[in-house]
Every structure is written in C-alpha cells, then in structure tokens.
Design a protein around this ligand. Structure first.
Ligand code: HEM
Length: 256
C-alpha cells in the first residue's frame, strides 16, 4: 500500500533564488520527514499502530483471563495470584515496579489505539468520493459498532479500576482481598449488569478487531481467509465466555 503523507516542501539551496529578496530565501531549511513521522502520517502506518496496540491489549486480556479463572480454585489461590502480580520481577525489581510498567504500557496502548482509530475513521469519511444522500449514514455498521464498543470498554475500564483496584466504588471491599472483592462485585445486580454488558461489547469489538488486525498485518491470503475468520471468531467467543463465566459462577453460587 502506498504511504500517503502531507506534501513536504522541497529543501531550498543555500543561495537566494533568482528574483527573490534575500530575507525570503533565508527561511529555515525544511528537511524531508523522518521514517517514524512518515509512518505516523500514513494510513498504513496508523493501521499498523492500531493493530499492534490492539494486540498488546489482547495479550493483557488473555493473561488477565487466565489469572481470573483461578477464582474457580478458591480464595487462597486467587489472592496469591494478586500478590504475585505485585512482587513480579523480584527480587531484582522493587514491589509493584513490574505492575507499574505493565500499567504504563497499557495506558500507552489504549491512547494510541483510541487516537489512531479516531483519525482513521475521519480519513475514511473524508475519502468518500460522493457524500451520502442521508447525512446520518456516513459510517459503516462495523465502524459504528467499533466506535461505540470502544467507548463502552473505555468507560468500563474506568469503573473496573475504581471497583477492583482502588476499591472506591466497591462496598464491603478490603484491600489485599481480590477474591472477596470480586465476589462482592458480582453479588450486586448492577455489578453483574455492568460487567456482562461490557463483556458482550468486548466480544463484538474483539471479533471485528481480530479480523481487521489479521488483514492489516497481511496474514490473510485469500486461501487462508476462511480458516482465519473461524479462528478469530472462536477466539473472541472463548474470551467473552471466559470472562462472563465469573459473574455467572458467583450468581449461581459456584463461587462464593
Ligand atoms: C469478569 C471479568 C473480570 C474480572 C473478574 C476482573 C478482575 C480483576 C481484578 C480482581 C483486578 C484487580 C487485581 C488486583 O489489583 O489484584 C482487575 C484489575 C484490572 N482489570 Fe480486570 N477483571 C475482569 C475483566 C477485565 C476486562 C475485560 C478488562 C479490560 C477490558 C480488565 C482490565 C483490568 C485492568 C486494566 C485492571 C487494573 C490492573 C492494575 O492496574 O492493577 N479486566 N481485574
């Protein structure tokens, strides 16, 4: 795919151009954009940033799900896992350093993902050769779903951190007891509604996002497309069901 950038002005030669005043030709020299700048301004570069930041968040989600599923093995194992997260990398790394590193990478991935998704959707609209007759139909179904799914997930993560990390909105929460705090969350009707709605939004977002990432990263040749689509759909379904199994387990008393 061709790189599309804003046109950069050609560098001027050192001496004044014929017929131009010396002050005008003495403007600072403009160099061609660097490779990172060229990539950042190109559509293919933005799509790559979108895909790679999405894959970083996906790696976190898979690890988070595996860790969360330990809830089925009881309070001790789940709380030990919470403690391990904080002592990860020790004794070389200080308490919580690795966790903070993960947080910084995740925040950077979230910001880059949101910014590139927004910029690409603006470009998509601007590139339409003919405006739609009905103004409201300016974006595709997939784009609208991804946009709203992304907004719901962003709001969910804020609520989730206030609920299970800072414990601000979690009644009866105790610091250092993630198992009991998770059970407390899913013992309220609104906790279940918020989490299950967000997990369903996550499933739809992942389903479309996986497929887009596969295409952007060039992994989907025509022959493999069907098989890859089945793999991406199944992965999205497994992750969604895995997360939803936790509130369901608390509601049904399997975990209490
Ligand atoms: C049923 C689903 C989920 C459960 C039970 C759950 C559980 C938890 C728990 C217990 C913590 C606190 C860990 C600790 O401080 O020891 C946590 C933190 C976190 N979770 Fe989840 N989680 C779920 C889904 C998700 C999803 C879908 C996302 C992302 C979209 C997510 C993102 C995070 C983040 C960003 C943190 C903060 C990590 C930190 O900075 O300490 N979680 N989760």
């Amino acid at each position: 795919m061709a790189l599309t950038t804003k046109s950069a002005s050609k560098p001027t030669a050192g001496k004044p151009a014929a017929g131009k005043p010396a002050a005008e030709s003495a403007r600072p020299r403009r160099y061609p954009p660097s490779l990172p700048a060229l990539l950042w301004h190109s559509t293919v570069g933005k799509k790559t940033v979108l895909a790679v930041s999405g894959l970083i968040m996906l790696a976190y989600l898979v690890a988070h799900l595996v860790g969360n599923l330990k809830i089925f093995f009881g309070a001790e194992e789940f709380n030990d896992y919470g403690h391990w997260l904080r002592t990860l990398g020790g004794p070389v790394l200080h308490y919580e350093w690795a966790l903070w590193l993960i947080r910084v990478v995740l925040v950077a991935a979230v910001v880059l993902h949101g910014v590139t998704a927004y910029q690409l959707s603006r470009r998509d609209i601007a590139a339409r050769p003919v405006a739609y007759v009905h103004k409201r139909r300016r974006t595709s179904y997939a784009t609208r779903t991804m946009r709203w799914g992304g907004v719901i997930l962003g709001l969910f993560v804020v609520w989730h951190v206030l609920d299970l990390t800072t414990l601000t909105v979690n009644e009866n929460a105790q610091s250092g007891h993630p198992y009991e705090n998770t059970v407390a969350t899913f013992s309220t009707w609104y906790g279940n509604v918020i989490y299950i709605t967000a997990m369903l939004a996550l499933g739809l977002h992942l389903r479309h996002g996986f497929w887009s990432a596969v295409q952007t990263l060039g992994a989907a040749g025509p022959a493999r497309a069907r098989a890859l689509k089945a793999v991406t759909d199944t992965s999205a379904l497994l992750l969604t069901c895995g997360f939803i199994s936790i509130p369901v387990a608390v509601m049904t008393g399997v975990v209490n």
